[in-house]
Design a protein around this ligand. Structure first.
Ligand SMILES: *[C@@H]1O[C@H](CO)[C@@H](O)[C@H](O)[C@H]1NC(C)=O
Ligand SMILES: *[C@@H]1O[C@H](CO)[C@@H](O)[C@H](O)[C@H]1NC(C)=O
Length: 499
């Protein structure tokens, strides 16, 4: 009996003191903030959580210990003018996905040249577990590789089809909405043969880009510390001990999953405080028929928008004089904006969305924005700009509380019609409320369940016993897709015919 008590107390001691390092892409505020609520939940259980990333300028306080690598003085490729050109004017496909992986690799190569001491110092702290941003952070992956510590893949949107395939999820991604849904396919449906072809191309294209092009760039970036046969992103995914995703289960189509998969994203947090006097006064103007919030996330900078697109927004927002419009943007207030439009570089987004007078959220469709629209039951209009935003917007549209704006079709008439369509029809509001009513209907709160799964991982020293993982991880695609069995059919037919 004493022994058991002793073992138990030892076990709890380990749980109390687990040290976890989350490694994200360069200046990766967007990815990090998708994961911070889970990190804060782990802190409640007594774990130590830290965040690693390369920084080019000061960033916000993430409420975790900081293990930043100061790269100020170098150029951050992720914020180039070319990026804004893509965001406002180009299609975004799985091919574009190679670019940020290459940027991440160039940056990592530089870190290992100029800041290797700092990098090693962080890697060699006594971490129990590494949490890896699924996208663009090879220097973070290498910390787990060289120390031999277990790692978890953290997905700030859903588990990308390439990563999911590497991990042996055996999802039929042809029957799911593609990660990079083309901007012209807001009517995507798996009933249509052609649409399934588009899904399949996106799936296999992503797998090729991620393991091939992105894989090669990362091998190159890490060549000095992981020599031949070099780092393999494919194997890194396969060997991860768990995959956690911020994509709410209720928003995403049902797909096959394994034991080592969990979505922690199905939760809503009420705003911590109310609106300040200044905002309160603006939105409660008795002449206002409602508040419209225009906010395109932390990355899109309107100062770099093409002039004609900017003018279209400005002119249309000026026409909505019955409403109070809040336009989140950096820089000075543009000339010619009317009184009913308030411009600010910082907007209390969550509080505004939860305010009873808010009638529309006009945004880019990043997953965090879609979730804020869901949690505040706000009718939305999404104009996807890059990454998987079109897919997120489609998910919201398919729940009936949002419409999608095609950035290629943007004109004053087009934008105004869509805004009026959403604010003047009650169905968007009632669909939003209906969806929210069952959104987080779970046996236990998602973050608590995620914390439980971490606790269990720590109990097994960071890796579950072998039986926990699917056999497919160790088999080739030829075997797991039964191609080696199906090949019998033509052979037998051939034999019969040739007789
Ligand atoms: C990063 O380094 C630069 C100089 O190389 C320094 O001026 C700056 O204060 C440092 N930033 C932080 C957050 O330490
Ligand atoms: C999408 O479907 C709606 C309703 O079925 C239809 O009105 C609209 O024209 C379709 N749009 C496209 C681009 O096919």
């Amino acid at each position: 009996m004493m022994k058991i008590v002793l073992i138990f107390s030892l076990f709890f001691e380990f749980c109390d003191s687990a040290k976890v390092l989350l490694t994200v892409m360069d200046q990766g505020r967007s990815h990090a903030t998708s994961i911070t609520p889970l990190m804060h939940r782990l802190q409640k259980d007594g774990h130590t959580t830290a965040l690693e990333m390369a920084t080019y300028k000061k960033d916000m306080d993430f409420g975790m210990e900081e293990r930043f690598i100061n790269m100020s003085g170098f150029e951050n490729h992720f914020i180039s003018k070319d990026f804004f050109k893509i965001a406002f004017e180009d299609e975004f496909t799985f091919i574009h996905q190679a670019v940020p992986f290459i940027f991440g690799s160039i940056s990592c190569d530089r870190i290992l040249k100029h800041q290797k001491e700092r990098w090693l110092e962080i890697a060699n702290e006594d971490w129990d577990l590494f949490l890896s941003d699924s996208l663009f952070s090879p220097c973070g992956y290498a910390m787990a590789e060289i120390t031999g510590k277990p790692h978890v893949m953290m997905h700030s949107s859903d588990v990308e089809s390439a990563h999911g395939s590497f991990k042996g999820f055996h999802r039929n991604y042809a029957l799911m909405v593609p990660n990079f849904l083309p901007y012209s396919m807001s009517n995507f449906t798996i009933q249509q043969w052609w649409h399934r072809v588009v899904s399949t191309v996106d799936w296999f294209g992503s797998a090729f880009i991620t393991s091939g092009v992105a894989g090669f760039a990362q091998k190159w970036a890490l060549r000095s510390i992981i020599p031949f046969p070099f780092f393999s992103f494919y194997d890194y995914n396969r060997r991860s001990v768990f995959s956690f995703t911020d994509m709410p289960d209720t928003l995403y189509p049902v797909g096959a999953r394994t034991n080592d998969y969990f979505s922690f994203g199905t939760y809503c947090n009420p705003p911590k405080s109310g609106l300040t006097e200044e905002w309160e006064q603006f939105v409660n103007d008795p002449k206002s028929k409602g508040t419209i919030l225009v906010a395109f996330g932390t990355i899109i900078d309107w100062r770099f928008a093409p002039e004609e697109k900017f003018e279209i927004f400005l002119n249309v927002l000026n026409k909505l004089t019955d409403y109070r419009v809040i336009w989140s943007m950096k820089g000075d207030r543009p000339d010619g904006l009317l009184e009913h439009v308030k411009v600010s570089s910082w907007v209390p987004q969550q509080q505004i969305l939860n305010h009873e007078k808010t009638v529309l959220f006009l945004s880019h469709g990043g997953l965090k924005s879609v979730k804020e629209a869901v949690c505040s039951a706000t009718p939305s209009l999404f104009m996807p700009m890059f990454a998987e935003q079109m897919r997120n917007a489609w998910l919201a549209k398919s729940k009936g509380f949002a419409r999608i704006l095609n950035k290629f079709h943007l004109s004053e008439e087009y934008l105004e019609n869509h805004i009026r369509e959403v604010v003047e029809h009650k169905s968007y509001q009632s669909n939003a409320e209906h969806f929210l009513s069952t959104f987080a209907d779970l046996p236990m709160p998602a973050l608590d369940e995620a914390a439980f799964k971490f606790k269990r991982l720590f109990k097994y020293n960071g890796k579950m016993p072998k039986y926990f993982y699917p056999k497919a991880i160790d088999l080739s695609y030829i075997t797991t897709l039964n191609l080696d069995i199906l090949i019998m059919i033509p052979i037998l037919l051939g034999l019969v015919v040739s007789k």
